[in-house]
Design a protein around this ligand. Structure first.
Ligand code: NAD
Length: 260
């Protein structure tokens, strides 16, 4: 059971990361929320989840494009809660452009936030997990960790990279009570995705249902979004005792995307 364990979720003041934080807190884990901002709303999120679940919840600011700050996030979590049992590497950004026009600074930022941050947090968290004699690392990859789309070179490279990193960490911890896996979501209904629906409706002169099924979920055979709570539940399963022998693999939550 994850009751009483401590979980840190990178990039968790919105979207999937926030959904994961809520699901882990509901199951009794202490939770550290994170992003690069340090606003009153960020801390208010932590207070809301704490009030709703009774879990210990803190917001800790750290920029996942900066290696030292990635490691400091783990150190501050240990200082706050006495350890790090669950690490969820979720922070991620996207940029869409053909490769010859892809801005080098966008390439570097995507590789840093979506991939390199997980190297730093994992390196910092593993000694704590070994000390505690238990650990779970869950990397939020994507259907784009297993397949590709044009114009998403940096994102697809970073997501394939984090799937590979998950396998290496799994092998380095294979004989310990520590696992490392990647979750590969298809299209998830986050506030960001929801916000695109009205514009797309106007652009194609389509109703909401048609936009969702024919435009946004073109590659998702279920024709339905995954929810942030479903991604959170999948992470919680990977943290459970039932999943103790699941390591170095991927779980797709993509409505059949990668079966196509
Ligand atoms: P989102 O934009 O709502 O969340 C991204 C989070 O990362 C936010 O909390 C943001 O503050 C944080 N973040 C961004 N830059 C950061 C930085 N430098 N340092 C720290 N935090 C930073 O998007 P989301 O859809 O919830 O995405 C979360 C993860 O899920 C990403 O890794 C994304 O690639 C992956 N994903 C999303 C979908 C989807 O359909 N939404 C599908 C597959 C994978």
């Amino acid at each position: 059971s994850i009751n009483g364990k401590t979980a840190v979720i990178t990039g968790s003041n919105s979207g999937i990361g926030l959904g994961i934080a809520e699901e882990l807190a509901k199951r009794g884990a202490n939770v550290v929320l994170n992003s690069f901002t340090d606003n009153a709303e960020d801390h208010a999120l932590a207070e809301r989840i704490a009030a709703e679940t009774g879990a210990g919840v803190r917001y800790i600011q750290a920029d996942m494009s900066n290696g030292a700050q990635c490691r400091a996030l783990i150190e501050k979590t240990v200082a706050e809660f006495g350890g790090v049992d669950i690490l969820v590497n979720n922070a991620g950004i996207q940029f869409v452009e053909k490769i010859e026009d892809f801005p080098p600074e966008k390439w570097d930022a995507i590789i840093a936030i979506n991939l390199t941050s997980a190297y730093h947090t994992t390196a910092a968290a593993l000694p704590e997990m070994r000390r505690a004699g238990w650990g779970r690392i869950v990397n939020i990859a994507s259907a784009h960790g297993l397949t590709a789309s044009p114009f998403k070179s940096a994102y697809v490279a970073a997501k394939h990279g984090i799937v590979g990193l998950s396998k290496v960490v799994a092998l380095e911890t294979a004989q310990e009570p520590i696992t490392c896996n990647a979750v590969c979501p298809g299209y998830v209904l986050t506030p960001l995705v929801e916000a695109q629906i009205p514009d797309t409706m106007k652009k194609y002169d389509m109703d909401r249902e048609t936009v969702i099924k024919q435009v946004m979920l073109e590659r998702q055979p279920s024709k339905d979004f995954a929810t942030t709570a479903q991604i959170g539940g999948t992470v919680a399963f990977l943290c459970s005792d039932d999943a103790a022998q699941i390591t170095g693999t991927t779980i797709s939550v993509d409505g059949g995307w990668t079966a196509l």
